[in-house]
Design a protein around this ligand. Structure first.
Ligand code: C2E
Ligand code: CA
Ligand code: CA
Length: 676
């Protein structure tokens, strides 16, 4: 059974007032039709009446009566064609004249009743043509009057007042005349006529009721159907909106990750024998714009980049999408040489700086490309992602095509991702230590903990790759906990062995991604507490990219700093806003990036830079470390510049803890007394 609730709620919105207006309008339209249909009959009968009168020698009276009848029919016909003013919200049938300035429906109904009454009065004058129904033509007239009255009721089913107004004077005049004539037969006939009048009235009222009921039902059904149609259209519209929102990025209007995946998958399924190019773009310097100009400006950059990308790929019939954050994706079928992905990537890299020059010219784009004839979308995107990763790693604002070497790297990465969690559990991921020395070579200032993993199949895995794999497989937190734990164990081992390095602070590295995505403060401080290690024995090295990052990151850093953990800005000098990080209240140390130390002895430019960083550090009370010291010449220059702390292969290479302990023990052993 179909539940009735929805229908009720639908009709509820067509209120009674509106419904009765619709019914009245229907009545009026029907009355007009019936009047216009009845008039020709009325005219024919009137003419016949006049003819009979003429034949009976009553030409004058007959003519006057005919003129009267014709005039009245003319007026009725005329009024029935007047436009009427529809009620607001009520639609009249098509083909019916309406006008805002026309008379209202109620007026027209009343006018129709009045005119019907007038017409009935004309028929009530028939007795003047037949001496009060006593002449030989009386039977004819009586029949005609009764007939026209019956016809009036038959036609006027919509609005009882019209036929009643017509038949009442006409039949009362008949009955009156018969009563006036007197005699049993006439009186009986008069009674019959009155009975007839009553029956006709009853019939008229009955059909009026039936008509209104029919009209109400019809209007209700129409309104319900209209509302159902509207509701259907609305729900279709809503479903379309939902589908659009689910597949599109609201900021740029491009396909979002899901939408792009779906569209690209379909695109690749078309068997057109063509090769396809997939470009994965990642903006360089977007974060700096976001930090410097705020998120609104960041949003505008993304919108501008989306329109730029649309313009640049206009004639390629490409699928475009925002892959996430500041990453965009383009997939297209290759048609000719000019559309070679490398050429497109080159053009994009060249044009982005113009397209976004009003943001200070910092923006570039790194692009990873995969080209394939038969690979599915999932493979193509991971190839492009790998290539993008490589483009970023090797200098940014460049493109990289996915090739055999990257394919090998991808295979490695997949193994790394697969084995990572297990390696944490079995402690196969370990830590090596590299000493940081005072530049006079006398003391070990601290140790830097560097992650090491010797993968059973792929050998040593670069720490950055482990961090990346941990982030993409969701094990960044267990990895960080594990490394802090390893460092704590290392400290305990140094103490237990009575090493000269016991008590020397140990620095761990935390990547920007870890800093942004993990509660590093809680994790680190929690682990230290668990292992009973004082926070001041730990240092955290972060790249300066992070130092001025979000509110959350700053909060984490100051919590760590407040607990006693020293914050070190790593790779100092190779990003944005270096000087600002020197001013920051929680930065205790900066590490000048290795690229400045390289060839220090032969590069006056680097020397000036290092000198000024050292001076700045002195005046701001921040320790300065030079990392990557590989030669005595570099060390000499650094000493001369007053750089207090140094780290590098020339002093000590990273090594497992026992080796570092042995190295320290050898250093502190008393010099054998030289003979002589
Ligand atoms: P970094 O923090 O700048 O670490 C210094 C890197 O330079 C280390 O490479 C170290 O072995 C190397 N190095 C030290 N002295 C010299 C030198 O004289 N010459 C040259 N050419 N290199 C030198 P490593 O261990 O491969 O680490 C690479 C990067 O991986 C690190 O750069 C650091 O950013 C990251 N990393 C290492 N361990 C971890 C870790 O536990 N967690 C996180 N998040 N990142 C880590
Ligand atoms: Ca470091
Ligand atoms: Ca570094």
């Amino acid at each position: 059974m179909i539940p009735s609730a929805p229908a009720t709620s639908l009709t509820a919105s067509v209120d009674d007032e509106m419904l009765s207006r619709m019914v009245r309008t229907d009545q009026m339209v029907a009355v007009r039709r019936s009047v216009l249909a009845a008039i020709p009959i009325n005219v024919v009968l009137s003419c016949t009446v006049a003819l009979v009168a003429l034949h009976a020698g009553r030409a004058f009276e007959g003519l006057i009566w005919l003129l009267l009848s014709l005039a009245l029919n003319g007026v009725r016909s005329y009024i029935s064609r007047w436009p009427f003013a529809p009620w607001p919200g009520v639609a009249a049938e098509s083909g019916v004249a309406t006008s805002a300035s026309g008379r209202p429906v109620g007026w027209h109904l009343r006018a129709a009743a009045a005119m019907a009454g007038a017409s009935g009065c004309v028929w009530a004058l028939i007795p003047l043509l037949c001496d009060g129904y006593s002449s030989p033509q009386a039977v004819f007239y009586l029949t005609v009057v009764c007939g026209i009255c019956a016809g009036s009721v038959t036609y006027g089913i919509a609005y009882a007042l019209v036929p009643i107004s017509f038949i009442t004077p006409a039949l009362l005049s008949v009955a009156g005349c018969l009563v006036f004539a007197g005699g049993f037969d006439n009186l009986s006939l008069a009674a019959m006529v009155l009975l007839y009048l009553g029956a006709l009235m009853r019939g008229a009222l009955h059909s009026d009721r039936a008509f209104r009921e029919g009209s109400r039902i019809r209007n209700e059904a129409t309104a319900m159907a209209t509302q159902l149609r509207m509701a259907h259209a609305k729900s279709l519209d809503a479903a379309q909106q939902l589908a659009l929102r689910a597949s599109h990025d609201s900021l740029t209007g491009l396909l979002n990750r899901e939408g792009f995946t779906e569209a690209a998958t379909l695109h690749l399924m078309v068997p057109d024998g063509r090769q396809h190019g997939l470009l994965l773009l990642d903006l360089d310097g977007f974060k700096a714009v976001n930090d410097a100009f705020g998120h609104k400006a960041g949003d505008r950059v993304l919108q501008d980049v989306a329109s730029w990308l649309q313009r640049e790929t206009e004639d390629m019939q490409a699928v475009l999408g925002r892959w996430g954050g500041d990453e965009f994706a383009v997939l297209y079928g290759l048609r000719d040489e000019r559309q070679a992905p490398a050429a497109i990537a080159q053009a994009l890299i060249r044009s982005i700086s113009f397209a976004t020059s009003h943001y200070g010219g910092h923006l570039g784009v790194s692009i990873g490309i995969s080209v394939s004839g038969e690979a599915g979308f999932a493979d193509m995107i991971s190839f492009a992602d790998e290539a993008l990763h490589e483009a970023k790693r090797t200098g940014r604002n460049r493109y990289q095509v996915f090739d055999n070497a990257l394919n090998q790297r991808l295979a490695t990465r997949r193994d790394v991702e697969r084995d990572l969690l297990q390696a944490i559990g079995t402690r196969d991921i370990g830590v090596w230590y590299q000493p940081i020395m005072t530049s006079d070579g006398r003391e070990v200032h601290s140790l830097e903990a560097l992650m090491r993993w010797n993968h059973p199949r792929h050998g040593q895995i670069a720490p950055e790759d482990v961090i990346h794999a941990a982030a993409s497989t969701g094990v960044a937190e267990p990895l960080l906990r594990h490394l802090v734990d390893e460092v704590c164990r290392g400290m305990r081992q140094l103490e237990a062995a009575g090493s000269s390095l016991a008590g020397v602070p140990v620095a761990i590295n935390v990547s920007p991604r870890e800093m942004a995505q993990l509660a590093v403060d809680d994790i680190v401080l929690g682990m230290l507490k668990l292992r009973g290690i004082a926070p001041r024995r730990l240092q955290i090295e972060i790249t300066e990219e992070v130092a001025l990052d979000t509110h959350a990151t700053r909060g984490r850093l100051s919590a760590l700093s407040a607990a006693g953990v020293a914050i070190v800005v790593d790779d100092f000098g190779v990003g944005f806003s270096s000087l600002a990080s020197l001013r920051s209240e929680y930065v205790r140390q900066v590490k000048i990036d290795r690229s400045f130390i390289l060839d220090l002895s032969s590069s006056p430019g680097n020397e000036v830079l290092v000198d000024s960083i050292v001076q700045l550090g002195h005046s701001l009370g921040v320790q300065v470390v030079a990392e990557g010291v590989e030669t005595q010449a570099e060390l000499d220059v650094l000493r001369n510049l007053g750089c207090g702390l140094v780290q590098g292969y020339h002093l000590a290479r990273p090594a497992p803890l026992p080796d570092v302990m042995a190295w320290a023990a050898a250093r502190s052993a008393p010099e054998p007394i030289k003979a002589g």
